[in-house]
Design a protein around this ligand. Structure first.
Ligand SMILES: O=C(O)Cc1cc(O)ccc1O
Ligand SMILES: [Fe+2]
Length: 441
């Protein structure tokens, strides 16, 4: 399999058959007495049966064997050298400081995607289905006969380095840096890499991502629905030992089975993984004056039950023209009732001189942040001509209404914490002299 075929559209009700088995989807019903090709029917529910139509998510999978045929789950341990997946953020003493992590370190040890995952921060609880976690992967080898599924929530995977070939029950997806993918609760997947690979993961418990409303923007813009791509059915009929790893209530478990879980010959439904190329984002911005709030750059949002309040938003800072007049153009100084975790896929971020791909920052609830001293001086005195900013760059933000807390790894043991971060604001000067500057607006 080389050039992959995808189904286009966000949240559609898709139907897909592996072309090797034509007419493998049952006709007109979901559970015939005998399915075509002797397949088993299995429903994967991503929402309560009784959710209103608009938020109801489920797919029907027609597979060689149902997922239930496996040995019992046993605890699974990641290698000792890795921070590891944890929901134990409540064990650490709270830390309100501005945090910056130097680019997360690649390992010289052989690590696959799942073994390499470490949790930086999070909030809430998977058991009560309300919360969020942020993880980092730094891996260099493929998951061989090993599949993973997350019982706790949905993943937005943001590769920063290295192309991923992701095998899922729904088919194959190629995801490169500057693309993202979403793999929802319960979907089995396996990640192949072709070299050192690093990226960020946003996890939400109990809610799925949707496209933000557009309000007065109108019917088009931001991330357009047709640019979201879902894999098409692809099965393997492999009778080999397979490890199925599950993240369940924040802990990892493994169950053995004697066949590949990627045996779905056909499927239909609206609960399926998808990917999106950030390059396709239709950017809206100020064309006259002032710096708008970054919500104009929201790609995906996972909404809480409070109107307009997100459990998590995935926001990007795409390359764009900057044309606004009489304006301090970089991000404004800020204190926010939300938590802001940022990362850099490529290039640097406009508010921080010398920021590096693979690094990250966390500005917690009400913790002050904003442009560093160098950026402030430069932007305050720049000639405001039309300028294309962020060429070849892409930064992003996971913004959450939850007050995130650091894990032990995020707070100290990852060895990437930049203890000097606060110094980037030390050079900010007092410009006040009691007189109104005639040049000021
Ligand atoms: O803190 C940040 O850098 C993110 C951010 C960007 C922006 O353009 C406006 C507000 C904001 O919080
Ligand atoms: Fe901010």
């Amino acid at each position: 399999v080389t050039a992959l075929k995808y189904l286009s559209g966000f949240g559609n009700d898709f139907s897909s058959e592996d072309p090797r088995c034509p007419n493998s989807l049952p006709e007109g019903q979901n559970n015939p007495q005998k399915c075509p090709y002797g397949l088993y029917a299995e429903q994967l529910s991503g929402s309560a049966f009784t959710c209103p139509r608009g938020s109801n998510r489920r797919s029907w999978l027609y597979r060689i064997l149902p997922s239930v045929k496996h040995e019992p789950f046993k605890p699974y341990s990641q290698p000792k050298s890795v921070g590891g997946i944890t929901h134990a953020w409540d064990n650490e003493h709270p830390n309100p400081n501005q945090m910056r992590w130097k680019p997360f370190k690649m390992s010289s040890e052989k690590l696959d995607f799942i073994d390499s995952l470490s949790t930086v921060c999070g909030a809430g609880d998977a058991k009560s289905r309300n919360g969020i976690a942020i993880h980092i992967y730094c891996c260099n080898s493929s998951m061989d006969n090993k599949a993973f599924y997350n019982s706790d929530g949905d993943y937005v995977i943001v590769p920063q380095q290295g192309d991923l070939r992701i095998q899922t029950e729904f088919g194959l997806m190629d995801v490169a840096p500057n693309e993202i993918c979403v793999i929802q609760q319960g979907m089995r997947f396996s990640v192949d890499v072709s070299g050192p690979s690093r990226g960020y993961i946003l996890e939400v418990f109990g809610v799925h991502f949707q496209l933000p409303d557009l309000g007065p923007i109108g019917a088009n813009g931001l991330a357009n629905p047709r640019d979201f791509l879902t894999p098409s059915a692809y099965f393997e009929n492999k009778k080999e030992p397979y490890s199925i790893i599950s993240k369940y209530q924040g802990a990892l478990f493994v169950a053995q089975q004697d066949h590949s879980p990627f045996d779905v010959v056909a499927w239909h439904g609206n609960y399926a993984p998808y990917k999106y190329d950030l390059e396709k984002f239709m950017v809206i911005n100020a064309v006259k004056y002032d710096h708008p709030d970054p919500s104009i750059f929201t790609v995906l949002t996972a909404q809480s039950t409070r109107p307009g309040v997100a459990i998590a938003d995935f926001v990007i800072f795409p390359p764009r023209w900057s044309v606004h007049e009489g304006t301090f153009r970089p991000p404004y100084y800020h204190r926010n009732c939300m938590s802001e975790f940022m990362g850099i896929i490529k290039g640097s971020y406009e508010a921080k001189s010398g920021s590096l791909p693979g690094s990250a920052t966390l500005h917690s609830v009400m913790t002050p942040h904003g442009p560093d001293a160098v950026v402030f001086e430069k932007a305050s005195n720049a000639e405001l001509k039309a300028e294309f900013i962020g060429k070849g760059a892409q930064a992003f933000m996971f913004e959450s209404s939850l007050s995130m807390a650091l894990t032990k790894w995020g707070n100290e043991t990852c060895e990437c914490v930049d203890g000097d971060y606060f110094k980037c604001w030390e050079g900010l000067q007092v410009h006040f002299n009691g007189k109104r500057d005639p040049e000021a607006t």
